[in-house]
Design a protein around this ligand. Structure first.
Ligand code: MG
Length: 408
C-alpha cells in the first residue's frame, strides 16, 4: 500500500508581479496547484475558491478515485463560475488546476489549464499532463515544434480553465505508484522560466524535497521570475506487507510508464470533444503564429518622455500650488503601458513624469504579457496610454490575459 512519506510546498510572487494569484493545497493524500487569472484581485479569488472546494477531499462512492477526483474538479469549476457571475468585479475570472490523489496503489491526476504534474522515478523525469494552451495545441497539430512553443510569445494563453463556463472538460489519468516516486506539481511561473532538463537536474540532485523546492523557485527567479511560482513536491513510500511490485506480479500487469500514460492522455484527447468554444481563442491566421514584432527604436521612449515633460514643466510652474491636489485626483484613473523590462502593466495615475524624477503614476498590476503578445493591429492603440476607469482597465486586462481581445 502506498503512502506519502514526505511533502513540501512553496509559493513565491516572483520578481515582476505585485500579487500572488497562485494557490495550492497539500494534505496527504491530496495535492493541488491552481493559478488564477483575471484583473485586480479576481485571479486570487478564482484560485482560492478552487482550492477551497478541493480541500473537502474526495467524496465516497463506488466510482474510481480518478472519477471522483474529476468530479471534485468539476465542483470547483462550478463554484468559480458561480462566483464570477454573482459579482461584476469577478466576471470572467478563471483558474488552472492540477490535482493529484494518492490512493492505495494508484495515483490519480485531474487537470485543467497549464499548471503541470511531473514524475521523477529513478532517473526518469516525465511530464504527466498536457497543457491546455494555444501553443501546445499547435504542437499537437504539428504547427510548432516543442522548442518553438517554449519560446513563443503567446505561450501563456490557455485554452481551458475553471470558471469561464458552467461546465469544463477535465483531463484525468491514473498510474500505478511506486515507492520512491517523487511528484512535482507546479504553476507555469516555474515551467515558463526553467527548462525541463534543469527541473530534472535540480530535483534529482537536491538532498531533500525542501531543498529542491527552494532551488526550483530560485531558478525561476534567477531566470527573470516573470510570474508567480508555486511548487508542491511529495514522495511515495510503501507500507504494509504486500509490496506494489508483488501485487503487479500477482496481477500479471505491468505498471504503465509515465510515457505510456502521456500517450494515453494524448490519445484520449484526440478522441475527446473539443474544448469549450468560448474559452478557446479563435483559430489564428498563420501570420499570428509568427508575429512580426516591429522593433522599437531605442530613442522612442525618450521622444515620448520629452513630449510629455515639456508641457508639464510649464504646467508645474504655473500650477505648482495645485499639483499636489492634482496628484490626488489622478489616482482614480489608470492606463495601460509597459514596465522598463517589457511587461504589459496597469499604471494608476497619469502618464507623466515631473522633473526631479517625480512620477505621476505608479505600477498597479504587472501582467504576464509582453507587447508582442497583443494583437498586432491593436498593440499601438492599447499601449497609447489612454486613460481608463478601474472597471474598464480590469476588464481589458482580463480579456488580454485570456486571449479574448480580437484583432481588428
Ligand atoms: Mg501563472
Amino acid at each position: 500500500m502506498l503512502r506519502v512519506s514526505e511533502h513540501t510546498e512553496r509559493t513565491d510572487t516572483g520578481r515582476q508581479r505585485r500579487a500572488n494569484e497562485d494557490a495550492y493545497f497539500a494534505r496527504s493524500p491530496l495535492f493541488a496547484v491552481a493559478d488564477g487569472m483575471g484583473g485586480a484581485q479576481a485571479g486570487e479569488v478564482a484560485s482560492g475558491a478552487a482550492i477551497e472546494v478541493l480541500s473537502a477531499g474526495l467524496a465516497d462512492g463506488p466510482e474510481s478515485a480518478e472519477e471522483r477526483l474529476a468530479a471534485l474538479v468539476a465542483d470547483a469549476n462550478a463554484r468559480v463560475h458561480e462566483l464570477s457571475i454573482a459579482d461584476r468585479d469577478l466576471a470572467g475570472m478563471g483558474t488552472t488546476v492540477t490535482v493529484v490523489y494518492v490512493g492505495e496503489d494508484d495515483v490519480a491526476i485531474a487537470h485543467v489549464g497549464d499548471s503541470r504534474a511531473y514524475l521523477l522515478r529513478d532517473d526518469t523525469f516525465e511530464r504527466l499532463t498536457n497543457d491546455h494552451s494555444l501553443v501546445e495545441e499547435f504542437v499537437r497539430q504539428g504547427k510548432l515544434t516543442p522548442e518553438e512553443a517554449d519560446e513563443h510569445p503567446q505561450r501563456s494563453i490557455i485554452t481551458r480553465a475553471l470558471g469561464p463556463e458552467p461546465e469544463v472538460e477535465v483531463d484525468r489519468v491514473s498510474l500505478r505508484g511506486r515507492p520512491g516516486d517523487v511528484y512535482l506539481i507546479c504553476s507555469d511561473g516555474l515551467t515558463s522560466m526553467v527548462g525541463e532538463a534543469l527541473l530534472a537536474e535540480i530535483l534529482s540532485s537536491a538532498p531533500t524535497l525542501d531543498n529542491a523546492a527552494r532551488s526550483l523557485i530560485d531558478a525561476a527567479n534567477d531566470a527573470g521570475g516573470r510570474d508567480n511560482i508555486t511548487v508542491v513536491l511529495f514522495r511515495l513510500e510503501e507500507v504494509g506487507s504486500v509490496s506494489v511490485d508483488e501485487q503487479q506480479t500477482v496481477a500479471g500487469v505491468a505498471a504503465p510508464t509515465a510515457a505510456e500514460v502521456r500517450a494515453a492522455v494524448e490519445a484520449a484527447e484526440l478522441q475527446g470533444p473539443p474544448p469549450p468554444r468560448q474559452m478557446a481563442p479563435p483559430a489564428k491566421p498563420p501570420r499570428r503564429l509568427h508575429p512580426h514584432v516591429p522593433r522599437r527604436s531605442p530613442d522612442r521612449p525618450k521622444r515620448r518622455k520629452r513630449r510629455f515633460i515639456a508641457p508639464l514643466v510649464i504646467v508645474l510652474i504655473i500650477l505648482a500650488p495645485i499639483v499636489g491636489g492634482g496628484i490626488l485626483a489622478d489616482q482614480a484613473v489608470y492606463f495601460l503601458g509597459t514596465t522598463p523590462d517589457g511587461s504589459v502593466a496597469v499604471f494608476q495615475g497619469v502618464p507623466y513624469k515631473l522633473p526631479f524624477g517625480v512620477n505621476l503614476y505608479s505600477t498597479e498590476y504587472v501582467s504576464g504579457l509582453t507587447p508582442a503578445q497583443l494583437p498586432d493591429s491593436r498593440r499601438h492603440d492599447l499601449l497609447s496610454h489612454q486613460l481608463r476607469s478601474n472597471d474598464d482597465i480590469t476588464d481589458l486586462v482580463r480579456q488580454l490575459e485570456l486571449g479574448q481581445v480580437a484583432a481588428r
